[in-house]
Design a protein around this ligand. Structure first.
Ligand SMILES: [Zn+2]
Length: 130
């Protein structure tokens, strides 16, 4: 089982640039593709950008069940069709979460978003989870 750490400020930055690329692709679609190829190709381009964005995010994240603590990953499709939300920690800080069904206990919980631990993350200050 891969190890995952809690999201840090570094992750917010990595989320931001992915979002920036995504927005740039949308702007490109509307500004360049729309006048020459019309709405159909623009929609395809926008959907592809959105899918790419979700895929990039999915590959690097895992979710922790709020009920049993099980850590699991979801497919790009699941991530694409579910919405993210925010949760509040006991110490007053916030965390990002997603309403997901846990594959272990089967309960629908506000699953906490975790980042897959990699070489880059090991340098950070995130707490490692078993
Ligand atoms: Zn569970």
């Amino acid at each position: 089982m891969a190890r995952y750490i809690e999201r840090t400020k570094y992750d917010w930055w990595s989320t931001t640039w992915k979002l920036a690329v995504f927005i740039l692709l949308i702007v490109f679609a509307v500004a360049v593709i729309l006048p020459s190829r019309g709405w159909v190709w623009t929609s395809v381009m926008v959907l592809l950008s959105l899918w790419l964005y979700v895929r990039l995010m999915t590959r690097r994240t895992a979710y922790k069940c709020a009920d049993c603590g099980n850590v699991f990953q979801v497919s790009t499709a699941v991530n694409f069709f579910t919405t993210s939300s925010m949760g509040k920690n006991a110490d007053g800080t916030y965390f990002s979460a997603k309403k997901l069904t846990c594959p272990k206990c089967g309960k629908v919980t506000k699953a906490r978003v975790l980042k897959r631990a990699d070489a880059q993350a090991a340098k950070g200050s995130g707490r490692l989870l078993k």
